[in-house]
Design a protein around this ligand. Structure first.
Ligand SMILES: [Ca+2]
Ligand SMILES: [Ca+2]
Length: 142
């Protein structure tokens, strides 16, 4: 009774937990995150919109009816951090290491292994991509 499943969501998207139960109606629900009530989360499913990495945690729901209450198994929410355009070497920050990679590919078609440098997706590696890169220069992945 009360099974939920783990959810993996991209930051900014939706995450939905659903519980199924065979308990005797009427049933009431209260979702918890890391053991703390989630305000207003009192239905058989819990939908989080615009999820952010700070919502990562262990979710469970307490289901109550006239005979008592039971706590579901725990479902884990994982949120994938947004991609960081310009972090070509994937180390989590945009810096000169990425610039040198970009410069080496500048002017080439954005195909194959070079596709990651075509930040504006128009097919070539050029100034349009550079401006996107420059706007992210110095940023770190959160
Ligand atoms: Ca980098
Ligand atoms: Ca481009």
């Amino acid at each position: 009774m009360g099974l939920t499943r783990n959810v993996i969501a991209n930051a900014g998207s939706f995450a939905t937990f659903t519980v199924t139960t065979t308990g005797t109606a009427p049933l009431s629900y209260q979702w918890h995150k890391d053991g703390v009530n989630v305000p207003g989360a009192t239905s058989a499913s819990l939908t989080l919109s615009n999820v952010q990495t700070n919502e990562v945690g262990n979710y469970a729901v307490v289901i109550t009816n006239a005979y008592g209450s039971v706590t579901s198994s725990v479902a884990v929410l994982t949120v994938n951090a947004p991609a960081l355009p310009g972090d070509f070497n994937g180390d989590g920050l945009v810096n000169f290491d990425d610039f040198f990679l970009f410069a080496a590919a500048f002017g080439k078609p954005g195909t194959g292994a070079n596709a990651k440098f075509d930040l504006d997706g128009e097919g070539n590696i050029g100034f349009g991509d550079f401006f996107i890169f420059a706007a992210n220069f110095g940023k770190t992945a959160k």
